[in-house]
Design a protein around this ligand. Sequence first.
Ligand SMILES: NC(=O)c1ccc[n+]([C@@H]2O[C@H](COP(=O)([O-])OP(=O)(O)OC[C@H]3O[C@@H](n4cnc5c(N)ncnc54)[C@H](O)[C@@H]3O)[C@@H](O)[C@H]2O)c1
Length: 252
Amino acid sequence: MTSFDVSGRKAIVTGGTRGLGMGMAEALLEAGAEVVIFGSGESAKAVAEEFRGRGFACHGLIVDLADAAARGAGFDAALALLGGRLDILVTAAGVQKRHKSEEFPLEDFDAVLEVNLTSVFDLCQRAARVMLPQGRGKIVNIASLLSFFGGLTVPAYAASKGGIAQLTKALANEWASQGICVNAIAPGYMATDMNTALLADAGRNAEITARIPARRWGVADDMKGPLLFLASEASDYVNGAILPVDGGYLGR
Ligand SMILES: NC(=O)c1ccc[n+]([C@@H]2O[C@H](COP(=O)([O-])OP(=O)(O)OC[C@H]3O[C@@H](n4cnc5c(N)ncnc54)[C@H](O)[C@@H]3O)[C@@H](O)[C@H]2O)c1
């Protein structure tokens, strides 16, 4: 029988302190997994404590994903908390910076690439070194519609998310035969802190909503089913896929 069961599985979710990452961490916790959430600030501890208060097996670590040394130490600390096993990695942390391309500061470009792409490769590599000897594992990266579109005033974000789609395929090609499934979810327009400016702009908001076949923005809960599919045995023959969760936006 097909199994969507992830109970007892050990997971790391970056960006698990809010927004889509928090929704996906919650999905795994509700389904019985043990989860370490990474966040850039104190909220990592507070959110994990809140989850523990609900009876879930959750740990919070403050890990600045822009800092390579902190990433390595954070990964090792998470693995120790999980007893040396890692079944699921979800790389949901991400940043956005907006400037006209001709004015885009190089340091902002580098900062976006570091968190959105380089840190994802680093964590996938670290995860694979644990999952390969286990003979199985699930990696779910978070792509974007900007993995497909170029957008306006977001060249670094578009480059990083285009990179996530390609990285996901590249890693899937090497690791699929060894039991590791690497896939990505490409969320559409989701109502989170990342989109505060767009949500507040009534004109743009209406324009965007009108183009979404489902006629609404997505919410963190919309990520739960797709994530459980990609994190469980149900998706064992799915490799290198970029799954849009966008209310149909890409199809228009
Ligand atoms: N909201 C959307 O419409 C949308 C659409 C497509 C893709 N995405 C992607 O989904 C993911 C989650 O986005 P969201 O909307 O929930 O955003 P959000 O801003 O609510 O959350 C981003 C998360 O990333 C973490 N983070 C950022 N920089 C970090 C750093 N240096 N170190 C550690 N953690 C860091 C934050 O702590 C936070 O938990 C991102 O990868 C984003 O690019 C979002």
